[in-house]
Design a protein around this ligand. Structure first.
Ligand SMILES: [Zn+2]
Length: 569
């Protein structure tokens, strides 16, 4: 009797696991259910941690359609790890405790047939640094540049409390002022405010300081790599794309992901979990919807409908609503790589709908939310933090004598739990609602079956064998329609072993087979003109065989895996 999943949980739905706990969680599953769960490493980080991949499904080396979930490519975005682990746990549940899942039976059945690839933490070095020190960090805590002449901030724990928070300094030219509604809270200054005013810097020291000029803090100042700009599709160098790294896949974490994905054309859907904002960001990232494959867009409308139903998150196009600068698409991000280069139905989720919780009205472009937090919103956030989040985000300021700046105060801002990530009491519902959507992607998978093997006796002891292969899945055997163009996306082929009259027929190329799904809003429900597709989901292979033996047939392709039949001739 397998151990109940609940016994093995390390609490990822209630808290943010560190590397040791996350590793223990994955291995606990792999050890308890060796026929269902396998842990491997995609890469070793410079600090010696593994980028773990959990593969869920029996017989993991048998190729079949797969779905991929990853999280925490950005160091502070810890909720992505929890959601990925929740998806893994639900995938295990489909095999072990299906009755405990609140899902329709056809979805559970498909979950059991596809492989789940789960990478809960793409940046284990980054996450560990954030969890243990609280410092702000984009992806990875390293800087291997040789160009080190310019003055810059290097973040460090100055007051020895084990955390790297913020420093404020009184300055008549300061951009911030303390809120009258919430002592200690710094808000944007207006012309009506009276002093004191403040400048805010990260806790740390200035490298190459001349004793007078304080450099502006830059979020990549001492951690120049953004792993989510290091992927090969539309990669661009640093002067065009901050955080890109010296060359595509220069970083072992990104390289490990791509090396694996390149060998696994069976990945048909791919979700990358980030924080925060509460939104699904779908392709295209680099061009307007008018340039998008319309059949793909219909599939994303189905995902959008699920996301709205289960999480309330809106869906936006990366290009239309998520460019940080107009007409400047992001370069080298993972989701673009997964969609455009690997042909997966791929999207990004920004977990934790903080803006909605603050009651902010949705701006014309979703990305504007991040700029439009008002002074009143911030005060509201601070009170919410105190009342519902144990005051984690706005710790008190404490006086400190800084070796370079003199009198400062340290503390003030710790956005890890409450801003960057959902508060702990919200994490379980974020996990379960996201999983509700993700596991439905398994129901998109193509599904090959050999449905008929007809034999007709011909003169001279020859038998004509006709084999019908059918795709019973939602998507075509090519995956998303736009993926048909990709080189690796080979059509179905059939191989046969037996006494063939013409040995040249032992290997036959077929074609891709359509699925039955169309996404949403394609007119299928309007009974104005009856008619669907013909049997574009089926193909026949014909053999002439010398009677008396057996014929072994294998049909499929790299994307769908293979189905087999042994036919007595
Ligand atoms: Zn992110």
């Amino acid at each position: 009797m397998a151990r109940p999943l609940a016994d093995l949980s390390r609490g990822f739905r209630q808290t943010y696991l560190d590397y040791t706990e996350l590793t223990a969680q994955l291995h606990a599953w792999a050890e308890a259910y060796p026929s269902l769960a396998r842990v491997t490493s995609l890469a070793r980080t410079p600090e010696g941690r593994d980028v773990w991949l959990l593969t869920i499904g029996p017989d993991p080396d048998r190729t079949r359609p797969a779905v991929w979930a990853d999280g925490n490519i950005h160091a502070a975005e810890l909720a992505g790890s929890s959601v990925s682990l929740a998806i893994a746990e639900d995938a295990l549940r489909a095999h072990l405790e299906p009755d405990s899942l609140d899902l329709p039976k056809p979805v559970i059945d498909r979950m059991r047939e596809v492989l789940f690839y789960v990478v809960p933490r793409i940046s284990p070095d980054g996450a560990e640094c954030v969890l243990k020190t609280g410092r702000s960090l984009r992806s990875v805590p390293r800087d291997e540049r040789v160009e080190r002449g310019a003055p810059r901030w290097r973040l460090a724990d100055m007051d020895g409390d084990g955390r790297v928070l913020a420093m404020r300094v009184k300055d008549p030219g300061g951009e911030l002022v303390e809120s009258a509604q919430f002592p200690g809270l710094l808000v944007e200054r207006t012309v009506e405010d009276e002093d004191p005013f403040y400048k805010v810097y990260p806790e740390g020291t200035i490298e190459n300081f001349d004793g007078k000029t304080i450099p502006s803090p830059f979020f990549l100042g001492d951690n120049p790599i953004d792993l989510n700009r290091n992927f090969p599709w539309l990669w661009a160098p640093g002067h065009e794309q901050v955080g890109a790294g010296p060359f595509p896949l220069s970083e072992p974490e990104a390289r490990g992901v791509v090396e694996f994905a390149s060998k696994h054309p069976e990945i048909i859907a791919w979700c990358t979990y980030h924080t925060f904002g509460g939104v699904l960001i779908r392709p295209l990232g680099h061009a307007p919807d008018s340039k998008m494959d319309m059949e793909d867009l219909a599939l994303f409308r189905q995902v959008e409908a699920w996301m709205t139903e289960h999480t309330g998150y809106p869906t936006v196009s990366g290009y239309h609503e998520f460019l940080y600068e107009p007409d400047k698409p992001l370069h080298g991000d993972l989701s673009d790589y997964a969609y455009n280069q690997r042909g997966a139905l791929s999207y990004v989720i920004e977990l934790w709908d903080l803006f909605k919780r603050l009651g902010m009205e949705r701006p014309p472009m979703f990305e504007q939310y991040y700029h439009r937090v008002s002074r009143a919103d911030l005060v509201k956030l601070a009170w919410w933090d105190r009342d519902e989040n144990e005051g984690r985000c706005f710790p008190a300021w404490k006086p400190f004598r800084h070796p370079q700046l003199g009198a400062v105060e340290i503390g003030g801002i710790d956005p890890r739990v409450g801003i960057w990530n959902p508060p702990l009491h919200e994490l379980a519902s974020v996990c379960s609602t996201q999983s509700q959507v993700f596991v439905r992607l398994a129901a998109f998978a193509p599904r090959l079956r050999i449905t008929r093997t007809d034999r007709v006796a011909l003169p001279g002891g020859i038998v004509r064998v006709e084999v019908q292969v059918v795709n019973e899945g939602y998507l075509g055997t090519y995956g998303v329609p736009s993926a048909k163009k990709l080189d690796f996306n080979e059509p179905l082929y059939a191989t046969a072993k037996g006494e063939l009259v013409d040995p040249g027929m032992a290997h036959q190329m077929l074609r891709h087979l359509d699925g039955w799904g169309h996404g949403l809003h394609t007119g299928m429900n309007l009974p104005a003109y009856p008619g669907t597709r013909g049997t574009t989901n089926a193909a026949w292979v014909t053999y002439l065989v010398k009677g008396g033996g057996t014929l072994d047939v294998r049909i499929g392709c790299a994307r769908t895996g293979f189905v087999t039949a042994r036919i007595e001739v």
